[in-house]
Design a protein around this ligand. Structure first.
Ligand code: NAP
Length: 314
């Protein structure tokens, strides 16, 4: 039986682990099979306070993990395959095999990249289609690439990919970018980056490897093929909440609803980070809500102890 089990190892989960470990709650963090969350697939993080010169995403996550371990947080590598939040103690099943019981749980499962949803995307994933420039950019030295999306992720991926590629075409469905000014300017100044406006990817071409994309101009309706060796999809993320369907209240987009800080619809279950935030979605806000969830869980446990010992809270 655990005081606190944390699900997820991004900035929210790891911050919750640091705080609950320092509060002597001996947290168990279930980190998935790929530890570190979305920041492990980004390059330089320039806006995380405290790092005046910036820090690489994977390094930031590694340091957060070491910091949590230093205070006694335990880590379990594996995926939570089922939860029962109907009764306390709560139960969590890991990889369909072992079960952990917990008095409180902090859900910090984050969000995952949204696919474009075109016919050959899945088949060519890993063969030219990617959602992670940091992971796969290296394989495209001297090639021409396409990045899909108009947000910060698309600008960041495209800018990073110019280290390897000879040309990067950003395909965006409108004629205005959603990305922040600084990211837009950086991409626009880059001579290797071209923009294909008002266009969507209708299909990805290639038998074994990507050879191009079929584009449709949404204004003229005209279809054209653009040759490229790789397609990087950066059109946003969706929350990883399928596991909690029927157990926790969610909004229409599948984000977990929280109130009074990080409290969910189930007393004793707290949610932090991108899994409950469709607005800000920053590493620093995820870390901030991870801290809040830890404090909320600690107070919840304290209130329970006071109740058991008959001491009334003031
Ligand atoms: P985002 O801001 O939601 O942008 C997604 C982009 O993809 C939008 O331009 C959107 O077009 C387009 N899109 C969505 N669905 C599409 C579809 N089916 N087909 C074609 N295009 C589609 O997502 P994001 O760029 O991943 O950023 C998420 C959050 O992380 C933001 O808050 C961002 O600021 C933050 N972030 C920050 C940094 C940084 O500061 N270093 C880096 C990356 C991300 P529309 O514009 O037409 O909606």
């Amino acid at each position: 039986m655990r005081h606190v089990v944390i699900i997820g190892s991004g900035p929210a989960g790891l911050t919750a682990a640091i705080y609950t470990a320092r509060a002597n709650l001996s947290p168990l963090l279930i980190e998935g099979w790929q530890s570190g969350g979305q920041l492990t697939t980004t390059t330089e993080v320039e806006n995380y306070p405290g790092f005046a010169k910036g820090i690489m995403g994977p390094e930031l996550m590694k340091d957060m993990r070491v910091q949590a371990e230093r205070f006694g947080a335990e880590f379990l590598t594996g995926d939570v395959s089922a939860v029962n939040f109907k009764n306390r103690p709560f139960t969590l099943t890991i990889d369909g095999e072992r079960t952990v019981e917990a008095q409180t749980a902090i859900v910090a499962t984050g969000a995952s990249a949204i696919p474009i949803g075109v016919p050959n995307e899945k088949r060519l994933t890993g063969h030219g289609v990617s959602t992670c420039a940091t992971c796969d950019g290296f394989f495209f030295r001297g090639k021409e690439l396409v990045v899909v999306g108009g947000g910060d992720s698309a600008m960041e991926e495209a800018t990073f990919l110019t280290k390897f590629a000879t040309k990067v075409s950003i395909v965006h469905r409108r004629d205005k970018l959603r990305a922040s000014k600084i990211m837009q300017e950086r991409a626009m100044k880059n001579e290797k980056i071209a923009f294909v406006w008002n266009s969507v990817v209708e299909d990805i071409l290639g038998s074994d490897l990507v050879t191009g994309v079929r584009l449709k101009n949404v204004v003229t309706g005209k279809t054209t093929d653009l040759a490229c060796a790789g397609v990087f999809v950066a059109i946003g993320h969706r929350p990883n909440t399928a596991l909690f369907t029927g157990q926790l209240d969610m909004d229409e987009k599948g984000y977990i609803r929280t109130h009074k800080g990080t409290t969910t619809s189930v007393s004793g279950i707290f949610a932090a980070g991108d899994v409950q935030d469709s607005t800000y979605r920053q590493a620093i806000t995820a870390a901030g809500t991870g801290c809040m969830a830890a404090i909320d869980a600690e107070r919840f446990l304290e209130a329970g102890e006071r109740e058991e010992s008959g001491v009334k809270s003031c």
